[in-house]
Design a protein around this ligand. Structure first.
Ligand code: SF4
Length: 457
């Protein structure tokens, strides 16, 4: 049994966070103890993000900070391990040449071997209560997976697959995280049962493209079946949320399951990126503006009261004023309750790198600003429609010292969407599900007061 204190710096997306939690779990199981303080650690795991230049800059800065600490004679830090997307972007030798204090670079599929890689580390560690133990039900090799939840235990991300086969022209992720690798339904169900025992009430399904789930493992789209299996589980899970859907992989069956299963939040995160056919083609999105419009109406028709979150990209090479106006007009005619927007980032190693006539940084940020300022009013309009309504909520941050509680509706995902500032919730614990009446509406956040638990007016 190895020992020592370790710290994890987890950068990037929710999928990285799940990976970090599994790495923590396996190190704690191997005798290490976790600390949140880098300067109290013998070992630091840096889970990196590299999908765009800005993310790589932030990642390299984090590694350099740890390297500086390791160099300082008074520091306790002895080992630096780099994992995550940067390990897929640069070869180990390149990273070690640039930052010699890095001891190990571990690619995504080798995380389970980290304790072995570190086997010469000094001391003993204690196991902490947050670890879940799972066995890969139904698969030939029974391999235990440990996970140490670092976020609020009532709301847990579940990674249902790794990698992506879509190869959108601007995206590095397939080359950083590899081809689609779905987990088995049995394994995911076992993990959900385990986090449920730790108090999970909401599970958030994540992957690069959740709607492609099963294509590799089962040879066909299996997200509807996975959702039905998770809905059939007994226990406290009340909300199942779907993130990162791809517009060309949303099926009628999926929408019908979302419409009929009460545990599934009537909410979907579905990045469309753009609606102009010429830009969608350049992006390699395998869909058209007409298809997206048809899907938009189908989602609103089949799943009553659905909340739509999307992401759009502006400044893509070849996006002229006409294509941009087309996007603005579409978002006006097909409003999304939730929307995030990004400026195209040319990434070496993608098909889009050096493709087409670039849009100036100034013009791209003008377009970004225009999309987001219009979206602010669209979001405010949707929020105003909720005034006086009674809605289901989950408490994220309990009321403390005269401060109101922070809660969310099924139509609000953690970390990316607004919240409900809730009065009259004193004594209600984190993870409590209840009803609230909306009393005020901002562009993103809402104000509410506790209401009796009877659904409806
Ligand atoms: S769907 Fe496209 S944008 Fe999303 S991870 Fe896959 S290749 Fe990248």
């Amino acid at each position: 049994m190895q020992s020592g204190q370790f710290c994890v710096i987890s950068l990037g997306c929710a999928k990285n966070r799940v990976d970090s939690e599994e790495i923590i779990g396996s190190l704690v199981k191997n005798g290490y103890s976790l600390t949140a303080e880098l300067n109290e650690a013998d070992l630091v795991i840096i889970n990196t993000c590299a999908f765009i230049r800005e993310a790589r800059k932030e990642t390299i800065a984090a590694i350099k900070r740890a390297a500086r600490l390791k160099k300082s004679s008074s520091a306790r830090l002895d080992k630096i391990v780099v994992v995550g997307c940067l390990a897929g972007y640069y070869r180990e030798s390149v990273i070690k040449k640039a930052i010699p204090q890095v001891d190990h670079v571990v690619p995504i599929d080798n995380y389970s071997s980290i304790p072995v890689i570190l086997k010469n580390a000094p001391g003993q560690g204690r196991a902490r209560s947050g670890v879940t133990k799972l066995s890969r039900a139904g698969s030939s090799s029974s391999k235990s997976i440990d996970r140490f939840l670092t976020g609020p235990p009532h709301s847990v991300y579940i990674k249902i697959a790794e990698g992506c086969n879509n190869r959108c022209s601007y995206c590095l992720i397939p080359s950083l995280r590899g081809r689609l690798r779905s987990r088995s339904i049995d394994e995911i169900a076992a993990e959900v049962r385990a986090v449920q025992r730790l108090g999970a009430r909401e599970i958030i399904l994540v992957a690069q493209d959740t709607t492609a789930y099963g294509l590799d493992y089962y040879g066909r789209f299996m997200l509807p079946e996975l959702l039905q299996r998770l809905c059939a589980l007994n226990g406290e899970i009340a909300w199942i949320r779907l993130m990162y859907a791809h517009p060309s992989h949303v099926t009628d069956t999926l929408l019908q399951v979302m419409a009929t299963e009460s545990k599934i939040c009537k909410y979907i995160d579905i990045p469309i990126q753009h609606v102009s056919d010429s830009i969608l083609e350049l992006m390699g999105r395998k869909t058209t503006g007409k298809d997206i419009a048809a899907l938009y109406h189908k989602m609103r028709t089949i799943v009553e009261g659905i909340t739509l979150r999307t992401t759009v990209m502006v400044g893509y090479p070849g996006e002229g004023e006409r294509e941009f106006e087309e996007l603005l007009h579409f978002l006006e005619q097909h409003p999304f309750e939730r929307l995030g927007a990004f400026i195209f980032s040319p990434e070496r190693g993608t098909a889009a790198f050096g493709q087409g006539k670039p849009v100036s940084a100034e013009e791209a940020s003008r377009r970004l600003h225009l999309v987001m300022s219009r979206q602010k009013e669209i979001s405010r309009r949707f929020n105003k429609d909720l005034l006086g309504e009674k809605v289901a909520v989950i408490i994220d941050v309990p009321a403390r010292k005269g401060k109101a509680a922070h809660a969310r509706m099924p139509s609000q995902a953690p970390e990316v969407d607004g919240r409900v500032i809730l009065s009259g919730a004193s004594g209600m614990e984190q993870g409590t599900l209840s009803m609230a009446r909306i009393t005020a509406a901002g562009a993103y956040d809402l104000m509410g007061e506790m209401a009796d638990n009877e659904p409806g007016q």
